[in-house]
Ligand binder design. Structure first.
Ligand SMILES: [Mg+2]
Length: 410
């Protein structure tokens, strides 16, 4: 059965969120660049508003260059937490209507609407409902472009073809013609270097790409050649990496801005990371039986080990104590630690064994209470006193070590 895939993409995402947050910025040329407290004159543009784009301001342009093009440009430092909150609301809306959801980036998702929509007319209706709900949930300033097609490649090409606020439907019999009308640079998965190499053999459009024999493409680009030959005809995968499917492991690794040399510093950071891993584990309503910890030294040597535990774990302190017990006998402090990675796996959905000891029961009640606070007020709602200066900020793409807080501290 042919699938129906929808690609939803926010237009000028960070800039729109900033314009929604501050009405004085609406209708003006703004650019999001750098971060709070940083030197934005030395940053590059992350996102330009629609008004700034009209003046030629582009993503990845140096801010001084953007200012030269558009002197009235207002530069706003990026606020990842603000964007993550809007993205969370965006995902709630998408989940409401989809069979499966794959978050592709902070402001883009693929959703499988095959059974939810039944046919392309139904999918178009669904797109309008999603747009209405996003307006209510995220803002009236943020707009999305939506593409509907039989696979991910064409759905993304479709959403990209009309911006801002577009809705483009490409039915299976329209795929070949639609794909032919798109520039190669718009193909997600066809990077600059491939484009350059294709140009060297005279391929500058979909039409010229179709004329190259498949065997020649495979010869030149190996497995990517097969992908190119298929993409030229709009053939690509329709399988989503469903974010709602149960994960096999939960973990986090982080490269520190400077090597860690002291035991308290390592323990503190390890605990902060374990608290986050534990929180994600409890959100899945699971406990873990296996723990793995890995460190990389400043000179790129590494150490790591994993262990199957006797008692399932789900709170940060216990995970961190176990991780420390595993790691500390191997640790070579003279080398300085560049990266710490921690992960838990072998999940069970059972509840933690209710301990006979009053101290353990008390701890479980504290963890439950903290989870309630965190669910209501977000990831940064509480910190252990011992991890106050190891501030990790959550991003949709992983975790972000707060370099600024570290710099202010030292
Ligand atoms: Mg976008």
């Amino acid at each position: 059965m042919n699938k129906i895939i929808m690609h939803i993409d926010f237009n000028s995402y960070f800039a729109s969120v900033e314009q929604q947050a501050n009405p004085h910025l609406r209708g003006k040329a703004i650019a999001v660049a750098g971060k709070a407290g940083g030197d934005i004159t030395r940053s590059v543009v992350t996102t330009a508003s629609r008004e700034a784009k009209a003046r030629g301001v582009k993503t990845a342009m140096a801010t001084w260059q953007a200012k030269k093009l558009c002197p009235e440009l207002i530069i706003i430092p990026g606020d990842p937490q603000k964007y993550a909150e809007v993205t969370a609301r965006f995902l709630i809306v998408c989940n409401k209507y989809a069979d499966a959801v794959e978050q592709f980036s902070t402001d883009e998702v693929f959703i499988d609407v095959t059974t939810a929509a039944d046919n392309y007319f139904g999918a178009s209706m669904l797109a309008l409902m999603i747009r209405r709900d996003l307006k209510a949930a995220c803002s009236s300033v943020c707009t999305v472009s939506i593409g509907i097609a039989p696979n991910k490649l064409v759905a993304k090409l479709a959403s990209e073809s009309v911006k801002p606020n577009g809705l483009t439907v490409v039915r299976p019999h329209e795929v070949a013609d639609f794909v032919k009308s798109r520039p190669l640079a718009d193909f997600c998965g066809l990077g600059h270097s491939t484009e350059k190499r294709l140009a060297e053999i005279g391929v500058t459009s979909v039409e010229t790409l179709r004329a190259v024999p498949r065997a020649k493409l495979i010869n030149l680009f190996q497995s990517h050649g097969t992908w190119l030959a298929d993409a030229a005809h709009g053939l690509a995968t329709d399988i989503l990496e469903d974010d709602n499917a149960a994960p096999k492991s939960i973990g986090h690794s982080y490269t520190f801005p400077h090597d860690l040399h002291t035991l308290p510093e390592i323990k503190k950071n390890l605990l902060a990371m374990c608290d986050r891993v534990a929180w994600r584990l409890r959100q899945q309503k699971m406990v873990a039986l296996r723990l793995a910890v890995y460190v990389r030294y400043g000179n790129f040597g590494s150490d790591g080990c994993s262990k199957l535990l006797n008692t399932p774990i789900s709170d940060g302190l216990t995970i961190s104590q176990n991780a420390w017990a595993l790691l500390s006998p191997h640790l070579n402090l003279t080398r300085g630690i560049r990266l710490i990675s921690i992960s838990v796996s072998e999940f069970r959905t059972i509840k933690l064994p209710t301990s006979l000891f009053r101290k353990d029961q008390k701890m479980q009640r504290v963890v439950n209470a903290l989870d309630t606070v965190q669910t209501k007020f977000g990831t940064n709602a509480w910190h252990r006193a011992s991890t106050v200066h190891t501030k990790f900020l959550e991003r949709t793409s992983g975790w972000h070590y707060d370099h600024l807080a570290m710099a202010n501290k030292s």
